[in-house]
Design a protein around this ligand. Sequence first.
Ligand SMILES: Nc1nc2c(c(=O)[nH]1)N[C@H]1C(S)=C(S)[C@@H](COP(=O)(O)O)O[C@H]1N2
Ligand SMILES: [Mo]
Length: 318
Amino acid sequence: MLIKAPKNSDVSSSEITDETLFRQRRRFLRTAVNLALTSTIATPLFVPASARAGTKLSNVKKSAYTIDEELTPFEDVTHYNNFYEFTTEKRDVAEMAQGFQARPWTVEVNGEVHKPRTFDIDDAIKRYALEERIYRLRCVEAWSMVIPWVGFPLAKLLKDVEPTANGKYVEFTTLHDPERMPGQRRKVLPWPYVEGLRLDEAMHPLTILAVGLYGEVLPPQNGAPLRLVVPWKYGFKCIKSIVRIRLTEKQPRNTWQVNNAREYGFYANVNPNVDHPRWSQSRERRIGEFFKRKTLMFNGYGEEVAGLYTGMDLAKFY
Ligand SMILES: Nc1nc2c(c(=O)[nH]1)N[C@H]1C(S)=C(S)[C@@H](COP(=O)(O)O)O[C@H]1N2
Ligand SMILES: [Mo]
């Protein structure tokens, strides 16, 4: 997964534009891009306001599941991304994903459930009460961010489809469409991107599906219109642009494990004591900071989630 180690100099504070200015500039650019797009390509007949990146999400209540740490600037959260469906260059994902059509969008939920169901994304946004949650995100490449997500607990959606007794795992799949995701034309990973959780991990109250960040509709580079966020696991578990959620009896094969099982496991719990074969996981660079921080067990969420793994050898189940 590590293509290029992030250098601190990459994010010198002088590069970080004041957010208001940045947003104004971005709005202006977006208007220009939208004008250009509408005149050249067919757009969906009706795209609700809630679909556009940058649109403020309404009726978002603050959640108790939130941490009190300095937020990573919006500019970094949206311009330092891992999303190989567009490009493996973290700083280019935003540009490559610009204009990605996240509507119409449905998510099919099926497999070992009593009530399989296909959700339209806008119906799901209306159905499930949106919450803002500030979480740490720790990438396996040893950098981290603090992001104010907007989303809802995955448990709510799973309860609606009623998992059967055989439903022991949850498998998530990203859109596979090389026309819209040009990075999929290259075989850098086996497409589509797939991730998985054990059912109890998926049902844990900290596990959310995010539809926004910084109070706004999720930008394409961050996984529009819907992505998973599991804050105690390495970032690669947080699969983006989900089109299918399937309950399974057997442990799903996740993309990074298929790609390189020696380096990436199924559990991928943040663990400072289990190093990646090619680098240490004991410390991390918080994007925007100079000195490295100590990585916390379960990314600092141990009190909430350690119980999910009692009796398991976490060096074996990495
Ligand atoms: N579909 C898909 N999901 C993905 C990835 C990806 O390449 N494709 N990268 C993962 C990795 S390695 C990380 S660290 C996070 C980054 O999320 P962010 O760009 O919103 O910070 O997304 C994860 N989800
Ligand atoms: Mo990552």
